[in-house]
Design a protein around this ligand. Structure first.
Ligand SMILES: [Zn+2]
Length: 77
């Protein structure tokens, strides 16, 4: 089965809720879910894989990821 790729949405960091968890990393992928059949979430700005092999049903709420390459703040959509 081919990996599913989901494009993340770039947002203004200041528009995030104050209690949002922000993953700031210098390397990508920022997180690896360890599920080879899961999906990859790519940066909405430059297409870099930020969240890799995440289980299909993994839920991310109130979480944002800063892209180490282009610096955009991304949220899952
Ligand atoms: Zn990027």
């Amino acid at each position: 089965m081919a990996a599913i790729v989901k494009l993340m949405k770039t947002v203004n960091r200041r528009s995030l809720r104050r209690d949002a968890s922000i993953f700031d990393s210098k390397v990508a992928p920022v997180l690896n879910g360890g599920d080879p059949d899961g999906c990859d979430h790519v940066c909405g700005g430059c297409g870099l894989v930020l969240l890799e092999h995440l289980g299909i049903n993994a839920e991310f709420r109130n979480v944002a990821v800063t892209c180490p390459r282009c610096g955009e703040c991304n949220v899952p959509q």
